[in-house]
Design a protein around this ligand. Sequence first.
Ligand code: SAM
Length: 353
Amino acid sequence: MVLPNTVVDSSTQELLEAQSHVWNLTFSFINSMCLKSALELGIPDAIHKHNKPITISELADALSIPKSKSHALFRLMRVLVHSKVFAKAEEDAYALTGTSRLLLRDEPMSFTPFILTTTDPIAVGTYDSMTEWFRDECPTPFVTKYGRNVWEFGAHEARWNQLFNKGMTTDSELIGKILARECKHVFEGLETVVDVAGGRGALAKAVAAAFPGMKLVVLDLPQVVDGLQGFENVSFVSGDMFKYVPPADAVILKWILHDWSDEDCLRILENCKEATAAGSGKVIILDMVVDCEKQEHKAIETQLFFDMVMMVGLGGKERTEKEWANLFSMAGFQNYKITPLLGLRSVIEVFPR
Ligand SMILES: C[S@@+](CC[C@H](N)C(=O)[O-])C[C@H]1O[C@@H](n2cnc3c(N)ncnc32)[C@H](O)[C@@H]1O
């Protein structure tokens, strides 16, 4: 029997609400860990393969989970339904949602590699060192924890390097498709473009497919591009963007400047300005513009999470429009245009005049 709610003193109510809030904050990581486990178990693919809503016992069979763990699987699914990763289609059967469709392994723009990178023990472990880092001299908690920065770490740890590059590639495939569909005007009239720190070329490939006459060069570190073959109008150059950016009409910086401090961004932007001096001079930045006033609570929270990822892992930051404008002006650019067409990110075109 459940007793009706009794009226409690308002200070008691406040205390209990505070406790509930603290519990929720404390256990927030469980959402990420349940999502990670669902991906590692292959739950989205199993539901997809089943072709109709799947019951717990069918799901357990499909995943070769013993009967003794069926109830645990039910409890995992209950959390994941609550976080809208899956939906309850019927009383006891589960279906994919728009979110879990993006987690299918064969989905060309699958988010799974990005999630597995950011929830990997290497990435999650850096947060253990955040407090220590506030008191030490290291540039990031990542360095406090692992003794070298994330790029040096990637050059030595093949598994992490592969995981990270795969995570970036799938994100660039998604953004590349959206850019080619929604932002063609950004690339119109450009004959040569360098994707600076362009990873394994996924974005360049999408832009190249949309503009067959354009020549694209992807510049990145040796551990990322060495051994990659160019294709059609895309070629790879291994190098250091702090030293040299090949000349072009325009350059792309996708998810680069948020990795770096203002001082480092200035060096990158100055190299990009020099590289494009003979062409349009345009720099195309794909990054977030943080707006704590205009956006809704969850969007802001996600941008602030990204800002922590940058601080803890890389020593960079997510910037407000004012911070972007300061950076552009310090690097000698006269003008910029923000097009918020990429969800939480924007296309920021920066012009020298
Ligand atoms: C966050 S990832 C973004 C990759 C790609 N632009 C994308 O969005 O898929 C940052 C990239 O910067 C590259 N990088 C880091 N330092 C670099 C440097 N000094 N010169 C060139 N590339 C660098 C990394 O190897 C990595 O591919």
